[in-house]
Design a protein around this ligand. Structure first.
Ligand SMILES: [Zn+2]
Length: 369
């Protein structure tokens, strides 16, 4: 299996005049992009191979035909993405706007040149921009970049902003593992991750959330607290990855594809009150999924209904089964840590197929619950 991973390299080592030149280019690029978006929005989106001269020459600009074409392509992508994202929503889709903050360019415009000097590792060379502008930015590699460079092959696509260039790598991780060892992972506020085998990770999650809540909304303090929490999430993922040598499949509760006003959303928002907040949940699942991909572990989701209220022993569903962190079945008396019970239910749901994936090769008997 091939994965795409990206890494950002700072442009802060460039001179102020180069950076202001870049600012000028990106602003113009954004303006041109918006002209295309406006045109395609009214006249229909062409396929990328139909971007002929008459369309590319539409905007009055000093950008080269080559960069205008790149902008037209990005305009098509932005429109497609917006339509895809909001296709099931009841509200009217509004036209996307390019803010002139970033450009997706290929090797026709940008190139990372390996010219090592005493101070720098490489240079980002930009050409064919217009007005005979040529820009060279000194780049320093870092740990994350070097790691990806060893693992994979660098692709010829660049995302350029005023602060950094984002480079992408294709990494071939090999086929997914074919074993049958599965774990269920429940997400909670007391422990970020609870596994069906009773292991728990990230027991300081509530403290992280409290710290974010204490800060004024949008303040620097809050941003810092969020960053700290993200970092903590990354660490927890790494702790779980250590277990991956024995694991072939990870199952979590789904958060994806929430529809406006859907039952799922209501259910989730209710659960979310005892949970870590939507943005953090998204981030955590994304990171866990990426870690699974890198380690050839399958990653699956199940619908999140009553996973915290269902008895894993007798199947009795009752809100009263769970009181805070304690699970005690009102029917059969089965007791345990509520989050671990949740993780067991998530795994069972996946394996048995109740709202789950009905993933046949896995049978309950294989797995130690
Ligand atoms: Zn029970």
């Amino acid at each position: 299996m091939k994965l795409i991973r990206s890494s950002k390299c700072s442009l802060k080592f460039a001179t102020a005049s180069k950076l202001s030149e870049l600012h000028k280019v990106l602003s113009e690029y954004g303006r041109v992009c918006n002209i295309f978006i406006d045109y395609f929005w009214k006249n229909g989106t062409p396929s990328k191979s139909e971007l002929l001269k008459d369309i590319v020459n539409l905007p009055e600009t000093w950008l080269t035909a080559r960069l205008r074409k790149v902008a037209a392509r990005e305009a098509i992508d932005m429109i497609t993405a917006v339509k895809e994202r909001w296709k099931d929503k009841p509200w009217k889709i509004s036209m996307p706007v390019h803010k002139g903050k970033r450009a997706y360019v290929s090797c026709t415009i940008a190139e990372l040149q390996d010219k090592e000097t005493a101070e720098f590792d490489a240079w980002l060379h930009l050409q064919s921009i217009g007005e005979e502008i040529i820009l060279d930015f000194p780049i320093k590699f870092h740990k994350h970049f070097n790691k990806l460079a060893i693992q994979g092959k660098r692709l010829n696509s660049y995302i350029i902003t005023e602060k950094y260039v984002q480079l992408s790598f294709e990494i071939d991780v090999g086929d997914k593992k074919k074993g049958v060892n599965a774990i269920g992972v429940d997400t909670g506020i007391k422990a970020l991750a609870s596994l069906n085998n009773s292991q728990q990770y990230g027991l300081d999650t509530e403290a992280c959330i409290e710290r974010i809540k204490r800060c004024e909304h949008g303040s620097n303090g809050q941003k810092q607290a969020r960053r700290a929490f993200k970092q903590r999430i990354d660490e927890v993922v790494q702790e779980i990855v250590k277990e991956f040598k024995h694991i072939d499949l990870v199952v979590v509760e789904a958060l994806k594809n929430m529809n406006y006003k859907s039952k799922l959303k209501r259910r989730l928002s209710k659960n979310m009150r005892r949970s870590i907040g939507t943005w953090a949940y998204r981030y955590w699942l994304k990171r866990l999924e990426q870690a699974c991909e890198t380690n050839r572990v399958s990653f699956r989701t199940v619908a999140p209904f009553y996973t915290s209220q269902t008895c894993p022993s007798c199947g009795h569903v009752d809100r009263g089964n769970r009181v805070g962190q304690v699970f005690r079945c009102l029917s059969c008396g089965h007791a345990g840590n509520a989050d671990v019970v949740g993780a067991r239910n998530i795994l069972t749901r996946f394996l048995t197929g109740l709202y789950g994936a009905r993933y046949k090769p896995y049978a309950l008997g294989f797995v130690q619950v």
